[in-house]
Design a protein around this ligand. Structure first.
Ligand SMILES: N[C@@H](CCC(=O)N[C@@H](CS)C(=O)NCC(=O)O)C(=O)O
Length: 211
C-alpha cells in the first residue's frame, strides 16, 4: 500500500497527492510528522524534505514526481502526452509561485523576523502574485474549451490549481486579500465550480483541507 508522509499541517504539496488518491479510491496511509521533531527526523528522508511516499519499504520524493505517480495511479493524468504536459505545467506553476512566496514565510517561521517577513510579503504581492495568477489564467484559457476543467476532463491539473488557489484565497496568508481573484475571472469561476463539484467536495480530504 502507498504511504504518504508529511508534516502535521495541511499544505498543497501533500494535499494534491491525497486528494487524487482519495478521488479515485486508491487506498493509502498517511503519516504526519510533528514539526517540532523535524531536526531529528530530517536525515531519514532522501532529500531531507517532505512530502515523501513509501511503497514496499522504498522512499520516493519531490512533489512533481509524486504528483505524477499519484495522478497516473488515479487515472487523472490525461490520456495523451500533450494533456499530460498541461498538467505538468500546472504542477510547475505551483512550485514556482511557492518559491516566490517562500522567503516571506521563511522570514517569519524560521528567522522570526516579522518586519522582514512583512516587507518580503508586500514585495511578493507587488511583483509576483498577480503576474503568476495571470500566467495560470492564460494557461487555463488556452487549454480549456468548456472553461470548467483545464483539460476539459477532471485531472490532476484541476486538483493542483484548486489547492494552490485555495491557499492564496483562504485568508491565512498575511496581507493577501482574496479580492485578488476578482482580477482573474476564468480562474475565479474555475475555483467556484471546483468548490461546487460534488465528487470533489464530498471527499474527506477536501473537507479536512477547508476545515
Ligand atoms: N523539492 C521538494 C521541496 C519540498 C519542500 O520544500 N518541503 C518543505 C516543506 S513544504 C520541507 O521539507 N521543509 C523542511 C526542510 O527543508 O528542512 C519537493 O518538490 O517536494
Amino acid at each position: 500500500m502507498i504511504k504518504l508522509v508529511y508534516f502535521d499541517f495541511n499544505f498543497w504539496r501533500i494535499d494534491i497527492l491525497r486528494l487524487s488518491l482519495g478521488y479515485s479510491k486508491v487506498p493509502y496511509k498517511y503519516e504526519r510528522i510533528n514539526r517540532q521533531e523535524w531536526s531529528k527526523e530530517k536525515e531519514k528522508f532522501p532529500f531531507g524534505q517532505l512530502p515523501i511516499m513509501v511503497i514496499d519499504d522504498k522512499q520516493y520524493a519531490h512533489t512533481h514526481s509524486l504528483a505524477r505517480f499519484c495522478a497516473i495511479e488515479s487515472k487523472l493524468y490525461g490520456d495523451n502526452n500533450l494533456k499530460a504536459m498541461v498538467i505538468d505545467q500546472v504542477i510547475d506553476w505551483a512550485n514556482e509561485i511557492t518559491n516566490k512566496i517562500a522567503p516571506s514565510i521563511r522570514a517569519a517561521m524560521k528567522d522570526r523576523d516579522l518586519e522582514k517577513s512583512k516587507r518580503l510579503r508586500a514585495e511578493f504581492i507587488k511583483n509576483d502574485l498577480f503576474v503568476w495568477f495571470s500566467y495560470l489564467e492564460k494557461l487555463f484559457d488556452q487549454n480549456s474549451k468548456k472553461k470548467i476543467f483545464f483539460n476539459d476532463k477532471f485531472s490532476m491539473a484541476d486538483i493542483v490549481a484548486w489547492r494552490v488557489t485555495y491557499w492564496f484565497y483562504c485568508g491565512r496568508l498575511d496581507q493577501v486579500d482574496n479580492k485578488f481573484l476578482d482580477k482573474f475571472p476564468l480562474i475565479q469561476n474555475f475555483f467556484k465550480q471546483m468548490n461546487a463539484f460534488k465528487p470533489f467536495n464530498q471527499l474527506s480530504e477536501y473537507k479536512d483541507i477547508i476545515s
